[in-house]
Ligand binder design. Structure first.
Ligand code: ADP
Length: 224
């Protein structure tokens, strides 16, 4: 079964205006359960647009999005929000952690928002931080962490609610090459050990080569 299915996705910006552009033009893409797929494309090709649509943060103008075998077309906000919160983890190029909360709290808050008991959420945050080697940083705020540490905490937050699908938009693009390699190792370890499916956008051919499959986004479609 596919964890993610995108079928015939069309996305335009500024429709009907002289500035209209068609960013995604009938795009088909599938990520099988447990598969880790690289999405490679130059800047501006539409990677973020595609990941936002896959992550139910935006809707396509045409086409179908299926997550975990469930069609999202015609679903209301309540279902889309629940699927986004429980089934999908998102990692961005910049960590987007909440600055006034500690590393642990940043991982606890999404769980509380999903109705998890505080004690369970605390234990899960501690477990995730241990897995990325950051137990000693649990009480640090984001500004007190290095760039690589911030991204490792952002991975933990993305995994806080036990998603099945990880969507990552240049997750190490903001780090120096050595740190990027280390942080990517941590990400791959955690993805593989949890059996997550993942779609990871990257410019970096060496990182892409470590995934199960590489897809190129070109002229609004997947070119293989
Ligand atoms: P990538 O992530 O590959 O760099 P994006 O998905 O961010 O690409 O953007 C794809 C194209 O769509 C770019 O040409 C960008 O300028 C345009 N674009 C993105 N968001 C918007 C928007 N909200 N309104 C108009 N154009 C946009």
């Amino acid at each position: 079964m596919n964890e993610l299915d995108l079928r015939g996705i069309v996305k335009r910006y500024n429709p009907g205006k002289p500035s209209q552009i068609t960013v995604l033009d009938g795009l088909d893409l599938a990520v099988a359960r447990g598969e880790v797929v690289a999405l490679v494309a130059p800047s501006g090709a539409g990677k973020s647009t595609l990941l936002h649509i896959a992550g139910l943060l935006d809707s396509p103008d045409a086409g179908e999005v299926w997550v975990g075998g469930q069609a999202m077309a015609g679903q209301g906000d309540r279902v889309r929000t629940a699927v986004r919160r429980r089934e999908i983890g998102f990692v961005y190029q910049f960590h987007h952690l909440l600055p006034e909360f500690t590393a642990a709290e940043n991982i606890i808050l999404p769980q509380l928002a999903d109705g998890v008991a505080r004690s369970v959420a605390d234990a899960r945050a501690a477990d995730l931080l241990a897995r990325v080697g950051l137990s000693a940083r649990a009480r640090h705020r984001p500004a007190e962490l290095s760039g690589g540490e911030q991204q490792r905490v952002a991975f933990c937050r993305a995994l806080a609610n036990g998603p099945k699908l990880l969507l990552a938009d240049e997750p190490t693009g903001n780090l120096d090459p050595a740190t990027s390699d280390q942080v990517f190792d941590v990400l791959m370890d955690i993805v593989r050990s949890t059996g997550l499916s993942a779609l990871i956008a990257t410019h970096n051919p060496e990182l892409a080569a470590r995934m199960d499959r590489i897809l190129h986004l070109q002229a609004g479609r997947i070119s293989g």
